[in-house]
Write a protein that binds this ligand. Sequence first.
Ligand code: MLT
Ligand code: MN
Length: 351
Amino acid sequence: MHALLNGACNSLRYQKTRTQIDRSRKSGAGQLARWACIAMRVKIIGSAAGGGFPQWNCNYRLSRAARAGVPGLRSRTQSSVAVSADGTGWVLFNASPDIRQQIAQTPELQPAADAPLRSTPIRAVMLTNADVDHVAGLLSLRERQPFAIYATAQVLATLEANSIFNVLDPAIVPRRLLAPMEETAICGADGHPTGVVVGSFPVPGKVALYLEQGRDPGADFSSDTGDTIGVRISKADGRGAIFYVPGCARIDAALRARLADAACLLFDGTVYTDDEMITAGVGPKTGARMGHIAMSGEAGSIASLADVKIARRIFIHINNTNPVLDENSAEHAAIKAAGWEVAFDGMEMEF
Ligand code: MLT
Ligand code: MN
């Protein structure tokens, strides 16, 4: 940490009143000092993959058990994480179709009691790909409320090509390019920094399902040029450094090197085995075909990251066929024994 921040933090830690914090907000150094004294908060607001858990039309044993209230199977909403550097403004990482429910379940994301008649603590939304489970929630954030959208060129082009997203007037909700391999200070629509900094990097994935339409289903839809990204999330003072990678088809040496020494990794936990949806009888696709590496197996995420130093490793974006959803399953025990956790809605961390 910067010496200035260290000093400021030591003298100010746990001592500042709200008025002092507001006063220090006025100068850039004061802003940094304020951020330095507050931990970065991370809330998992949606831990399931597309469809959620239980999925509306799914009659597989796991969804049935969750509906029946069997102990050890928690319901989960679709893929989204909220991060705050200052405890008041929030950056959403992906906007899921369940966003209204997620905001209702998360008081920090609701208008403050003393806020204007129309207000939100959500300052920005960052998108890791253009999948329905990650962008459809944008449509629920209409109502001429300012916030900023950050995404790669491919994802911005997809929003641009689908005129329904014009319910978010770009004059009110600016769309900003998240440059690959760069650190971006995430700012609200008004240009004020949120204190959250994002470094983005492409990961092996594929184009969104609806972009496959009209093309040969046997074609190669894989992509590693920015249709899907992973992000490193930290505070403006450099603290934090957690990684969020909700979709990833393969783990290569470059990704392993990037993740080394992470304080926390939130990683693609869509399927436990590659052919899980086929053996469950719910669909013809493998995890690989969907752009998701399996947890288990020699080339799976557990084995591929076993010797990478990561303080805390958590699976997120869990599909409704994944047996780890049952906390009493052998698979859940196996991933815990391997040092992994399974994210759940409402899970909260500080860095
Ligand atoms: C995925 O993660 O593969 C997608 O969210 C699937 C989908 O669009 O339903
Ligand atoms: Mn998804």
